[in-house]
Design a protein around this ligand. Structure first.
Ligand code: ADP
Ligand code: SF4
Length: 684
């Protein structure tokens, strides 16, 4: 049973005409499913409700074709034809007695309207904020009137779709209503621009319109960014945001407050710790009597209790913690705190939305597969007869595969060559800023260690002979991968002969401490283009080296744009004094001089380099697999039925991909066993 300390989290909260069943509030967040995958979207939101979130919101929902986020998969409520898709969401949420909320959005100059070809709207004429060669036009009075009508119409459609809470949204530097509030976007000279009251006018009008239209049965919430972290250049929590909330204090039924833009709101654990928004949102309750919801990547129920008790928040908002563990509230309720699968703050979920595909999650491999593959994060089919499984390698893929199989009731043996569990996660979580990534290992270990049907062995590097000797029927090789030292990657598709002379260290070497004591200057060559090289540059700089960062890409770590980190990463390297040489490939090495070539002209330049940290690509650790496949004829006699490679050993990728691969392997093994059983029954 749960500790009474947490009872406060299960109190209902009145929000205008509706009441929540507890204080767990899944705030609006993108899923990459939206209007294009409505059943997946509904199943995902329904899972949150099943897991105990008292309120479950959609993502931003386009209210009109002039707010067309194509190719992103957000929700859409352009007209009545969009109602049935959203009804799937409300039904899925209501099936578990939770409230369904919708975040209505008009994206103003944040959209280029690539599909509808509408001219984008803005308070003042301006170029849109994507790279599209498109300009938004300044809204005239007729446009403003039309916009107000669209918002009301969308709110009515939302009510018809069954939503309980309807948002008026001014956040993330993505919405027309926020653009009207901000001086840098609003240079109007009429009653909608200029002084504070005028800039607030449209927001106030739309809030009142929405209340009038649907406020009888639906709560009307405001989502407001209270700080943009831009100092005097932007909205500040202690200046304009305080004025806005004071001016509208009790007009909405609820305030949902956060930071803007999205990269500030959803900071990764590399750059911000749990609760990083608190200093900005703490004041809100002192200027309104309405309930307040806020976020901060909260996974600790003790922190949640503190926030409520201190009068900071009434409802604990969560996007990422609810993705990593849709059942977090129920686990608190049932006193199963050790089962909470904590978000690691990596933003791989965000990358799904940013690449316009259903999201994925490092910690929760079932996410966005609730409908497509019928995966439940907590429920697995039970094995009718336990089978024997051997998993070789205790990294994220091996641990996850072992967990799925063991939970289904199979007997699992897990062998790990090194003297620690976690594989690459254990290495990488020691890098600066990545400590929370260790949760990938810790949660799985916590689960596995209490299961009687799991045998776990450290210091057990297995060979093909060992595996055949064991004779365990089902074998998964999760033996990981290692970084290449020969330069092979995207820019150089073949090994570079001169790398043999270049005093190269790979990321594996650096993570094993081999950079310490090496001679500088250090050049980090990044053709991987995500986080690793930038962190190693930080490590090298922290050791007092002169560091140059060379990359064929145009910026440092371009893929980290999808995780909202690129700006922070490049800023950090600049602040550390790292010289950045973009758009260059490797060209040669001789006596402490690295030659790099411009990716366009081929012109070379020389860089002083005593140690080259090469971050290009990885090779699977598949020696055991190759030895076993060469001896496939011996498997049956040895009692081995199947051998599969999973995770990085199959094809190196993200940690999220390794976890997903381990999970898929476990599920597919269960599915296969079921099919075989059914075949046998048919044969009988
Ligand atoms: P993944 O991300 O696919 O899980 P990792 O590299 O994180 O891959 O983990 C692979 C793990 O497998 C490492 O901890 C490594 O020590 C272990 N390993 C590699 N080869 C063997 C082997 N022959 N026997 C047992 N463990 C192995
Ligand atoms: Fe958290 Fe990473 Fe999962 Fe997103 S992908 S919910 S940040 S663990």
């Amino acid at each position: 049973m749960r500790d009474a300390t947490y009872d406060i989290l299960f109190e209902p909260v009145q929000i205008g005409p509706v009441q929540t069943r507890n204080r767990f509030y899944q705030v609006p967040h993108c899923t990459g499913m939206g209007h294009r995958y409505p059943r997946s979207e509904a199943a995902h939101r329904g899972m949150k409700a099943e897991g105990g979130w008292g309120v479950v919101c959609t993502q931003e929902t386009e209210i009109h074709p002039s707010s067309d986020l194509t190719p992103a998969n957000e929700a859409r409520l352009w007209d009545t034809k969009d109602i049935p898709a959203l009804q799937l969401v409300t039904e899925a949420v209501h099936a578990h007695d939770s409230l369904a909320a919708i975040q209505l959005a008009h994206n103003g100059l944040h959209v280029a309207n690539r599909y509808t070809r509408h001219t984008p709207f803005a308070p003042s004429a301006a170029v849109v904020d994507s790279d599209d060669p498109v300009q938004a036009r300044a809204m005239d009075k007729a446009d403003i009137k039309a916009f107000r009508r669209w918002h009301v119409d969308a709110a009515r459609r939302a009510k018809e779709a069954g939503f309980d809470i309807i948002y008026v949204y001014a956040g993330h530097d993505m919405t027309l209503l926020q653009h009207f509030l901000l001086e840098r976007h609003n240079q109007r000279s009429d009653e909608y621009g200029g002084n504070f009251e005028n800039r607030l006018r449209l927001f106030r009008e739309v809030l009142q319109d929405t209340k009038e239209a649907v406020g009888d049965t639906c709560a009307v919430a405001v989502r407001l960014a209270v700080d943009e972290l831009l100092g005097a250049e932007g909205l500040r929590h202690d200046v304009e945001a305080r004025d806005i909330i004071t001016a509208l204090a009790d007009e909405p039924d609820m305030w949902d407050v956060n930071l803007s833009d999205w990269s500030n709101d959803s900071q990764t654990s590399r750059f911000a710790k749990e609760g990083y928004q608190e200093d900005y949102t703490r004041f809100v309750k002192s200027v309104t009597s309405k309930p307040v919801v806020g976020v901060g990547r909260y996974t600790s129920p003790d922190t949640m209790v503190r926030l409520v008790k201190q009068g900071h928040l009434d409802l604990i908002g969560a996007a990422r913690p609810s993705i990593a563990d849709p059942f977090l509230p129920n686990k608190v309720k049932e006193g199963r705190l050790e089962d909470i699968r904590e978000c690691i703050g990596c933003n791989i979920c965000v990358s799904g939305d940013n690449t316009c595909v259903p999201m994925r999650c490092t910690q929760n491999p079932t996410v966005a597969e609730e409908w497509r593959r019928g995966w439940h994060p907590e429920v697995l089919p039970k094995a009718s007869k336990p089978e024997q499984h051997l998993i070789v390698g205790g990294g994220p893929a091996g641990l996850e595969a072992a967990l799925v199989l063991a939970k289904a009731g199979h007997d699992v043996t897990l062998a790990e060559a090194s003297d620690v569990w976690g594989g690459r996660v254990s290495l990488e979580s020691r890098l600066p800023g990545l400590a929370e990534w260790g949760r990938v290992r810790d949660w799985r270990m916590g689960q596995l260690q209490v299961m009687p049907n799991v045998q776990m062995y450290l210091g057990s590097g297995l060979s093909a002979d060992d595996i055949l000797d064991y004779g365990i029927a089902n074998v998964a090789l999760a033996t990981g991968a290692h970084w290449r030292a020969d330069g092979t990657g995207r820019a150089h598709r073949k090994p570079l002969a001169f790398m043999a002379d270049a005093s190269v260290l790979t990321p594996d070497d650096v993570m094993q401490g081999k950079l310490e004591g090496r001679q500088g200057p250090v050049v980090v060559f990044d053709d991987d283009r995500y986080y690793m090289a930038s962190i190693l540059a930080e490590v090298a700089a922290a050791q007092g080296n002169r560091v140059t960062f060379v990359t064929p890409a145009s910026v440092v770590a371009p893929w980290s744009d999808h995780t909202l980190e690129q700006g922070r990463i490049q800023t950090r390297l600049i602040e550390l004094g790292v010289e950045i040489v973009p758009l260059h490939r490797l060209a040669g090495y001789s006596e402490g001089q690295l030659s790099v070539a411009c990716g366009y002209t081929g012109a070379t330049r020389q860089l002083a380099c005593k140690t080259l940290v090469s971050v290009t690509s990885r090779s699977p650790n598949d020696a055991v697999w190759r030895a076993l496949s060469a001896r496939e004829a011996e498997w049956a006699d040895a009692g081995v039925e199947s051998v599969k490679t999973i995770g990085d050993c199959h094809a190196p990728g993200l940690i999220a991909a390794a976890v997903y691969a381990g999970h898929s392997y476990g599920r597919e093994a269960l599915e296969l066993a079921k099919v075989l059983r059914e075949d046998r029954m048919l044969a009988d």
